[in-house]
Design a binder for this molecule. Structure first.
Ligand code: SF4
Length: 285
């Protein structure tokens, strides 16, 4: 598809401007959302096949494909005092919040919040964990924005790509819990894991106070190989997913939701539809 055709679709109700893609300072990944990251665990029981943090840990010989799912708490991090920073701190960004280490998570999150920081809590939510966070940090409602990752409305597909993470119904229950507890809520559909994203948007929207981010699966085949999940079944599913996320389909999705004020587009999609990619960390736009 030619650029002129793309712009015709983008202009269909969109309010975004267009970018010079030669700008080498464009931010992507977690820095689209937050200027700082905070973590205290190495490894993640959710063991998502496409995990970027797993890939990095393997590259730098901190973990192996076989032991990434074993969570190692960096106990010295639990006593860390956080200064107040400009912008938002994303927690966690290289692991997740699992019931096994919930106690430590509450301690660590409390330390970040104690100095008045704004925290973006990003997780594939276990209901038990969200209930505990809401109960403990009720007085910090204005400092916390939840971002629940839900890349599909199909639990079997979630289980395939994210074998240790909660089902779709549990994630929705967790979202409702946070919403009804008075917290600010948002969704990340990055990576989209199939073509059920319209269902995710429809089902989650009534309980989202902030926004719903949509993003493609980045560097999928390379990441699967490095993460030790390059078996034929996974590669076949990955090929289907990449076909689902063709430029044509992404433009169709964009056209459908560009007028929805809750829907935002990650860098992987901004590039396709010619929206400016921010050059400053944590702008969350
Ligand atoms: S939940 Fe996040 S950190 Fe954990 S394995 Fe999945 S992508 Fe990686």
């Amino acid at each position: 598809m030619k650029l002129g055709q793309k712009l015709a679709i983008v202009n269909n109700g969109a309010t975004n401007s267009y970018c010079d893609k030669s700008d080498s300072k464009q931010v992507f990944g977690t820095f689209e959302w937050a200027s700082h990251n905070a973590n205290f665990i190495s490894g993640c029981q959710h063991d998502c096949k496409y995990c970027y943090s797993k890939e990095m840990a393997i590259r730098f010989h901190k973990k192996t494909p076989g032991n990434w799912h074993i969570e190692e708490v960096r106990t010295h991090s639990l006593t860390r005092k956080f200064k107040r920073v400009d912008g938002t701190i994303m927690f966690p960004s290289s692991h997740d919040i699992h019931p096994e280490h919930l106690k430590e998570c509450l301690l660590f999150l409390g330390n970040i919040l104690a100095s008045g920081n704004q925290v973006l809590v990003v997780t594939k939510p276990h209901l038990e964990c969200i209930q505990a966070i809401c109960e403990k940090f009720g007085q910090f409602k204005n400092n916390i924005l939840f971002r629940f990752t839900i890349g599909s409305a199909d639990s079997s597909n979630l289980e395939f790509w994210e074998p240790g993470a909660p089902s779709f119904p549990e994630r929705i229950e967790a979202l409702k819990w946070a919403f009804h507890s008075g917290f600010n809520t948002s969704i990340s559909c990055e990576p989209m894991l199939d073509d059920t994203i319209e269902d995710v948007i429809r089902i989650t929207s009534p309980f989202v106070t902030d926004c719903i981010w949509i993003g493609k699966a980045n560097f999928l085949l390379r990441r699967l190989k490095l993460n030790g999940v390059g078996d034929s079944v996974t590669l076949e599913k990955a090929s289907e997913l990449l076909a689902d996320q063709s430029e044509e389909n992404i433009l169709g999705l964009f056209s459908k939701f560009s007028d929805n004020p809750k829907v935002k587009w990650k860098e992987s999609i901004k590039k396709i539809v010619d929206i400016d990619v921010p050059t400053q960390k944590g702008l969350d736009i």
